[in-house]
Unconditional design. Structure first.
Length: 72
């Protein structure tokens, strides 16, 4: 069986729910950039504000959910 993200019909829309993405991630709270985030990072790189290496290795970070506490 071969799994190819390049041909996935829901690529970049449902990566967060994909078991393959979960297995390949480097850190549990890091995710691949979505298309809007990738465009923003590419814009920063083309403007010279970050290096090409920084742009290529950029990841999104999921912040841990903190439950709300009620008061009163």
């Amino acid at each position: 069986m071969r799994i190819d993200c390049e041909t996935c019909p829901v690529r970049e829309r449902h990566c967060a729910e994909c078991m393959v993405t979960a297995l390949l991630q480097l850190a549990p709270l890091e995710q691949r950039l979505d298309s809007d985030e990738r465009r923003a990072v590419d814009t920063l790189a083309s403007a010279g504000l970050i290096t090409a290496h920084e742009a290529m290795t950029a990841t999104a970070r999921i912040e841990p959910w903190r439950p709300l506490r009620s008061t009163g």
